[in-house]
Ligand binder design. Sequence first.
Ligand code: GAL
Length: 426
Amino acid sequence: MNAINRLAAVISLATLFPLAAHAADAKGNVEVVHWWTSGGEAKAVGVLKQLVEKDGYTWQDSAVAGGGGAAAMTVLKTRAVSGNPPSAAQIKGPDIQEWASLGLLTNVDAVAKANNWDKLLSKTVSDTMKFEGHYVAVPVNIHRVNWLWVNPEAFKKAGIAKAPTTLEELYAAGDKLKAAGIIPIAHGGQPWQDSTVFEDMVLSVMGADGFKKAFIDQDEATLTGAEMTKVFTELKKLKTYMDPDGAGQDWNLEAAKVISGKAGMQIMGDWAKSEWSAAGKKAGSDYECVPFPGTQGSYTYNIDSLAMFKLAKKNDTPGNNAARDDLAKVVLEPEFQYVFNQNKGSIPVRNDLDMTKFDSCGQASAKDFADADKAGKLEPSMAHNMATSLAVQGAIFDVVTNFMSDKNADPAKAAKQLYAGISSAK
Ligand code: GAL
């Protein structure tokens, strides 16, 4: 093909290509690192992609599989160190401040001001999104962590009348499910899943005050005392009801076992609901959500948020900056908040939306959040990066996962290791 013919071919291709795609490329690109890769979560994040594209920008999806986000964080660190950050990444809690203090984040104050974020968000939430008074991240949703998911059909088969509300009832249900040949508790043995259950157990045994003393104050007497030994003792018992094939399993594959009735329950935050919804199941009839036994009235929260990065020189164009600002704007708009959260299993982060559009689990979550807040029982999740630095969290994960994988583990010893691990990580 000579040069003229090649040019002609390009021109004719260009006329075939949809105009919108050109406009999008020309307007700018936004690259987002996240770990929402399960079927239900991918569907939810697809909503964000659609809305950004509707505004004429190009969405570059940089999903890194791995529940809890440890793998995504490793990728993000490598990219930041090599001077090639994305436009935005899923970063949460105190970690937002750490990234900002390294000078890697940019502020989106103009978007926040134009869209009234200070009014829309509660102060606890907006403070977490700010560094030195500037918005460097946008909150996406609020997940509740201390949930138990129940398959009523499996319960019926095993002759269990109702969802458990105490640890004793939980073990009794576990015995009946076992006897009926059903896996009592679907659980994937990955460090973040082990610690999700562990923090629920801390909340159940020690209450909201104990939870606070253990994970926020990191108080020696609480971490090494008799109640923490009891937490590990209960955890050891709970382990005997967990999926024997759960080693290393992803949370969504374990959720699938409860959805199919192969297992009766799962202890998991409400992103689990995204899998039930994606499977076409209805809250309140096909499945039930109840607080983890013994944690009624308390609420462990996990706020997903997208932190905004300064772009590398080669990407630092007005179009790409505009695309990142558009992402920040869209995330807090009602259209996104409704559809995303209905798919994701979480509740909106702004509190002026109509919760009757949500199913019974979503409504319960919103009500319990407000009640727990009033009662002083709203706690940041340790397992989901809301309560401690990642270093301290890593030390806790190590102790808990070693404990869970050792049949002969000693609860009193684990409590001591917990304090030692936290102290050296600080
Ligand atoms: C959490 C995250 C949730 C969900 C979950 C499972 O840390 O906040 O949105 O993705 O991990 O991966």
